[in-house]
Design a binder for this molecule. Structure first.
Ligand SMILES: NC(=O)c1ccc[n+]([C@@H]2O[C@H](COP(=O)([O-])OP(=O)(O)OC[C@H]3O[C@@H](n4cnc5c(N)ncnc54)[C@H](OP(=O)(O)O)[C@@H]3O)[C@@H](O)[C@H]2O)c1
Length: 331
């Protein structure tokens, strides 16, 4: 029996460029999904810096989009409607998905080609934050062909993208050095990553722990990365800048069929890698969807560990203290 009913939904949009407080909640009815689409009840949805750049105008790709504009690219949820004749993802399927924008919602309608099954052993928190950070990490490591002969340095190694990159690079046999603040030494060490504090003297500190020639450098943070990579003797071909990362992220958001297929393929690989235990994504901030502004303000402080994720059905809206906040308060 196919479900083709309309769905009541809430979603966030913004009608002018700006900070997160331009986001406004709306509610309405989603029409039944058309051929090749499904309506998903969102359980969790990640937030990303690229959404901020698109919203505040720093990123001009899609600057010609009409207003108001949606927000959010990563989501995990349950299929609640699909059209007659669609055989993939029956109603009730637990899925992870990606969309250029519009994931910050209780429900959304997407092409089924943008969905993959959520592994049963993956939490909703992790599934909802997986797409853009994870696929960016995977694309970057694929391009560099990171493997067992590598000694790789990753900047902002405790962040959303960096924490996935370092774990996958290690999984594929590389010796991995991650730059971070003091607060994240234990986190990286327990992942098997060699932590190095960023800031003055970093080149020397990296040399001290590298035990050989550094062969690749991934700069997530986007400050003085090229100088450091040059000082370490990393060839240009094995250096990835923040500008390179921008290109990777934009490709992962494009909606042409090849880009969509690529995004879904990478999402499927990520789900499998997570299921295999190749990496564990830490969620260090889980906010109710209605606290979306607070969630973006948390991310803007640039010290989140792993990912920050929104939840449409949090068990409680009570805010528990986070380990990273305890450290900040004592520092
Ligand atoms: N080029 C682009 O298009 C593009 C796109 C997206 C993001 N970015 C930038 O890439 C960075 C990381 O992205 P993300 O998504 O992983 O962000 P995230 O999850 O917010 O990560 C922030 C990380 O940045 C680290 N950090 C803070 N100050 C630093 C410094 N001075 N040097 C090195 N690392 C520092 C923090 O480490 P500690 O907590 O250990 O200090 C934290 O782990 C962000 O700064 C973001 O703005 C660039």
């Amino acid at each position: 029996m196919f479900k083709t009913r309309s769905t009541q939904a809430r979603w966030y949009t913004y009608a002018s460029p700006g900070d997160a407080d331009v986001l406004e909640e709306h509610s309405g009815t989603l029409p039944p999904p058309l051929e090749g689409h499904a309506t998903v009840e969102v359980i969790t949805s990640g937030i990303n810096h690229m959404e901020v750049f698109l919203r505040n105008g720093k990123e001009q790709t899609w600057a010609d989009d009409g207003w108001p504009r949606g927000s959010g690219s990563d989501f995990a949820g349950i299929v609640v409607a699909r059209p007659p004749g669609e055989s993939r993802f029956p109603v009730g399927s637990e899925v992870i998905g990606h969309v250029r924008t519009g994931a910050h919602a209780t429900h959304l309608t997407v092409p089924v080609s943008a969905l993959v099954p959520k592994p049963r052993n993956m939490s909703w928190e992790v599934a909802g934050g997986l797409y853009l950070a994870g696929a960016t990490a995977l694309d970057t490591l694929d391009e560099l062909r990171i493997g067992r002969d590598d000694i790789v340095v990753v900047s902002a190694a405790a962040g959303g993208v960096g924490s996935i990159e370092v774990q996958l690079a290690k999984h594929w046999g590389a010796r991995v050095i991650g730059t971070c603040g003091d607060r994240n030494f234990d986190y990286l060490r327990q992942l098997g990553i060699i932590p190095v504090r960023y800031g003055d003297g970093m080149v020397e500190r990296i040399r001290q722990v590298a035990q050989g020639q550094v062969t690749a450098f991934i700069d997530n943070f986007g400050k003085d990365g090229k100088d450091i990579a040059d000082a370490l003797g990393v060839p240009d071909s094995r250096y990835r800048s923040s500008a390179d990362r921008r290109e990777v992220e934009l490709r992962l958001l494009r909606e042409d069929p090849d880009s969509m297929l690529h995004g879904t393929t990478q999402l499927q690989r990520l789900a499998q890698l997570a299921q295999d235990g190749a990496f564990r994504l830490l969620i260090s901030g889980l906010y109710p969807l209605s606290d979306i502004v607070d969630a973006y303000q948390d991310m803007a402080r640039l010290h989140s560990r792993g990912k920050i994720v929104l939840a449409t059905r949090p068990v409680t809206t009570y805010r528990t203290l986070r380990a990273r906040d305890v450290h900040e308060a004592m520092a």
